[in-house]
Design a protein around this ligand. Sequence first.
Ligand code: ADP
Length: 350
Amino acid sequence: MSVIVEKLTKRFSAGATPAVSDVSFQAPPGAITTLLGPSGAGKSTILRAIAGLETPDEGRILIDGVDCTDLPVQKRGVGVVFQSYALFRHMTVRENIAFGLNVRRMSRGDVNARVDEMLKLIQLEELGRRTPSQLSGGQRQRVAFARALAIRPKVLLLDEPFGALDTRVREELREWLQELHELTGVTTLLVTHDQEEALEISQHVVIMSEGRVAQAGKPEDVYDSPVTPFVASFVGGTSILKGHVREGRAEVGSLVVAAPQSAREGEAVRAFVRPHDIKLARSINGNGNGGASTGRVERLKPVGGYVKVLLKLPSGDSVTVEVPRKEFDELGVVEGDSVHADVRAARVFV
Ligand code: ADP
């Protein structure tokens, strides 16, 4: 069951910049596809248009090959989970899960059997008689998944489903979602602004910027081969350094790497450097590629197992370097120190 979005455009008021502009992509059958991008990029609008909750101005939506653009929500065979739990507060967990089945006039026996199956799937068999207020945030969200899956949707649509949960629960539920997906195999579309979540969970990523698709592909492809500076910096916290072409090579500060084939002599280029592709040292012990440069430590930010080091280079460019905690302790630098930054030239993307 694939989802195909074709040339989708949506404006919320006449003459305004479209929230979604000429967006086309395909969510492959049986996979988790993420719509990834900053807030306001148009992700939710696309998801809501697929669900039938927004009417597109232009374009088509095909689910499993069928044009659904003008079908009402309940005829599309989609299950939806939003960030806020949207469970019915006065209903028990069982009643919440049964809701869509009752709307579809399924027999009582079949409803009970399906609810039992769903409770087992979300591993909350014991909690069917509780109301949402008697559940934790993570449990409520699992019930929301069960309610969405109970109707056996062709497609599962998830709009920042873990956004309201604290970090630990969010990470647990990410793994849980992957297991759930392996069990159900349902084609899934997930909206998130969290690049780590997108890269971890999905098999296909559609990166959105200002209402348009910036890049789509496998997580490793968008990570390793970003096609625009936006994608490079949004996915993977990449730093962008200014340089120019000289004698067929790209010179970026003291770094000299291969230039793009189309580049002309003297032309300005930008080099994308990943935060873990730079090694810091107190003294030059370069790797022979001429990539070592001295920088000044502007800011240090410990983040769990590593430290983010913001370096200012002589060119005026700033780079972020991620240094594992142990290496950082051995390095022993403080803000204001000078350090040598050795870039792994083979990993630089110009
Ligand atoms: P994202 O999900 O990427 O954060 P949205 O799809 O929610 O982005 O929003 C895209 C743009 O459309 C934003 O500028 C937002 O303000 C606007 N927008 C979304 N919904 C509405 C609405 N119902 N009325 C007016 N503008 C809206």
